[in-house]
Design a binder for this molecule. Structure first.
Ligand code: URA
Length: 229
């Protein structure tokens, strides 16, 4: 098995990130540092170490977390705040697929399967995200049209696929869909037109919906994993 694939299967990182780890000389095999990307591992006999720790192919796990407020998505937060992965009971090295802001709630997938995660994050795959948004003021019709046609965020165009209102008359509470995973995407889309997002909840990601209470988690079903793989 190719070394980068092996590292990903161990739940250490994606295959692409694994190549960086190899080039950085952080992988040893049978006591020899390996920096060759094309190296093939025999998982049955080779002793592979990452940063001096032995690694082996793990069983893959897949969770849906309905993220609560006040939890960070990163696993190396400088302020050492509670992370989404701290909410899940497992000894495996798991990581979130994409990110949600500290005070954003909703669907976040968490796994130790690097390839699975890479597929869902890659822009090419147009994974649909659905957000429930509360704004500080009613969205005007002309701005709704701009957001659907596309506005520029950091010199790159972004757009919503759909915008729907939760109530007929009040246009502060909306449901939007998009295929973008850029950080703070929803807040910045509205921010460019001078609206503040005061509440944000992800209702679904790749068709997985928030079907459990905020703050709880469940394993994905075999069916769900198969559909997303
Ligand atoms: N867009 C944002 O602005 N924040 C999130 O947490 C997710 C999408």
């Amino acid at each position: 098995m190719r070394l980068n694939k092996f590292i990903a299967e161990c739940g250490i990182s994606s295959r692409r990130k694994a190549e960086e780890l190899i080039l950085q000389g952080r992988i040893t095999i049978n006591n020899k540092t390996i920096t060759e990307l094309s190296y093939n591992v025999n998982p049955e006999v080779d002793k592979v170490f990452f940063d001096g720790e032995p690694i082996k192919v793990e069983n893959h796990v897949y969770y849906l977390l309905n993220k609560p407020k006040g939890v960070v998505t990163t696993t190396d937060d400088e302020k050492k705040r509670l992370a989404v992965t701290d909410l899940i009971k497992t000894n495996l090295k798991i990581f979130p697929i994409g990110r949600l802001d500290y005070n954003t709630t909703g669907v976040l997938l968490i796994t130790n399967d690097g390839d699975f995660a890479s597929k869902l994050i890659h822009p090419r795959n147009n994974i649909i995200r659905e957000y429930e948004v509360r704004l500080d003021k009613d969205l005007e019709f002309k701005d709704e049209q701009l957001l659907l046609n596309g506005v520029y965020i950091n010199n790159k165009k972004g757009k919503f696929l759909t915008i729907n209102y939760k109530k007929k008359k009040e246009h502060k509470s909306l449901i939007v869909t998009c295929t973008e995973g850029r950080n703070h995407f929803v807040k910045e889309m509205f921010g460019t037109l001078k609206y503040n997002v005061v509440q944000l909840h992800r209702k679904s990601f790749a068709g997985i919906t928030d079907d459990i209470p905020v703050g709880s988690y469940r394993k994905l079903t075999k069916d769900e994993i198969q559909k997303l793989s």
